[in-house]
Design a protein around this ligand. Sequence first.
Ligand SMILES: Nc1nc2c(ncn2[C@@H]2O[C@H](COP(=O)(O)OP(=O)(O)OP(=O)(O)O)[C@@H](O)[C@H]2O)c(=O)[nH]1
Ligand SMILES: [Mg+2]
Length: 176
Amino acid sequence: MCLLVGTTGVGKTLLLKRLQHCSNKGSFSEVNEAPATIPTVGTNLVNVNIGKKNDVTIRELGGCMGPIWHNYYKDCSVLMFMIDMANPCQVASSCIQLLTVLSHEQLQNVSVLLLLNKVDSPCAMNRNELDSLLRMREIISHAKQTITVLEISARRGQGLPELVKWLNENHQPESS
Ligand SMILES: Nc1nc2c(ncn2[C@@H]2O[C@H](COP(=O)(O)OP(=O)(O)OP(=O)(O)O)[C@@H](O)[C@H]2O)c(=O)[nH]1
Ligand SMILES: [Mg+2]
């Protein structure tokens, strides 16, 4: 099971819709109109085919569920943590959430993909601005987990082929 977490409004549901749509069509780089989303109260479970009969189950945990995210950690084999690059005011709370997630005892052995979303937005921060606000390099070098950073746009489809590649390399197929 892959968990997808991040503060509310960062773009998790849109990413799932995009991945599902693309996996049905067989192309992860295809771009079309962004479907509408509403805030996720609870969780959102989707199955995405990432190639070669390899399916991954991704569970989004709504941002408003933050206090109970930990109830889902025991089933987690890989983790995606999403940050909104177009919302600098939210970065501090994202940072605290990220550190809390990384320090949880049940998540010490998972691979982590840090998704920097909304890079298509005209007001998106660049990597250097995020580094100075979030001290990302320090967080990554001090973390026990292997953390990969990827800039994406759930709206435009940028970075999705790389995301799928990371899932293929890090996700263990569920035993049936
Ligand atoms: N410009 C831009 N907007 C995006 C992108 N991804 C998501 N959005 C928009 O951000 C808003 C929130 O997206 P959601 O996918 O609902 O956010 P969420 O992380 O699922 O939020 P919660 O369910 O409340 O935790 C929507 O209006 C999306 O269209 C992106 O890559 N670029
Ligand atoms: Mg959502």
